[in-house]
Design a protein around this ligand. Structure first.
Ligand SMILES: N[C@@H](CCC(=O)N[C@@H](CS)C(=O)NCC(=O)O)C(=O)O
Length: 219
């Protein structure tokens, strides 16, 4: 199987984190974007021309980072990242969904500026004072209080959180965004995981990927 995309994308990187936690990095080829980004071949695998996508051995593809991560969790060896307890599994999926739907939407004005685009002052202020705190309030409700996002073991929730929190950290420094202090569970979570090998390796991959694309300017 080929996992296509680049670690600069939080949706791609979460799948790589899943492979790393499961100890199966050697079972999936990290393939960039075959044919080039937005090529005809790219669109043949992903109708929107986005990353990530997974090319299975039969040549068909799966899109959406969360769906790919769940798929690989089921078909590959290693510890299960979807909790067996259904309540915990629901909590894990909720955390991933809050990050994907609300947090990533909230930080968009900063993302545009960081990646060379533009946002109005009003958009930036709203993101800083309303949308990001609201997304974190939502997340806080569903964060666990163990060693990891849900319970004490790595789950699919951690794979969703880690890359998004990398980007929040980068934006926080650049745009003077607030820390996690207002959200005790998120704050404690980050202190538990930020120096783990899983997070360190992920951050190294994201930085390397960013430098590849943007020459190491920021991030
Ligand atoms: N909902 C998708 C989001 C994927 C996504 O937005 N990928 C971005 C990179 S972070 C992309 O490919 N953008 C290029 C484009 O939209 O043209 C997922 O979860 O995989």
């Amino acid at each position: 199987m080929q996992l296509c995309g680049h670690s600069v994308s939080p949706y791609f990187e979460r799948v790589v984190i899943a492979l790393d936690i499961k100890g199966v990095m050697d079972q999936v080829e990290l393939a960039g974007v075959p044919g080039g980004f937005k090529s005809e071949k790219h669109f043949s695998y992903h109708p929107l021309g986005k990353i990530p996508f997974l090319i299975k051995d039969d040549g068909t593809s799966i899109t959406e980072g969360q769906v790919i991560a769940e798929y690989l969790d089921r078909v590959l060896d290693g510890p299960d990242l979807m909790p067996h307890d259904f309540e915990q599994a629901t909590q894990a999926r909720l955390i991933a969904r809050v990050m994907d739907l609300y947090f990533s939407e909230a930080v968009k004005p900063f993302g545009r500026i960081a990646f060379g685009g533009e946002s109005t002052d009003a958009e930036v202020e709203k993101a800083k004072l309303e949308d990001i705190p609201m997304a974190f309030n939502y997340l806080e409700k569903y964060m666990g209080n163990g060693q990891r996002a849900v319970g004490d073991d790595w789950t699919i929730a951690d794979t969703a959180l880690i890359p998004h929190l990398y980007w929040y950290g980068a934006l926080q420094v650049r745009f003077d965004l607030e820390g996690y202090d207002r959200w005790p569970r998120l704050f404690a979570y980050w202190n538990h995981v930020k120096d783990t090998d899983i997070v360190t390796r992920s951050f190294d991959r994201i930085k390397e990927s960013y430098d590849e694309f943007f020459g190491g300017k920021d991030g």
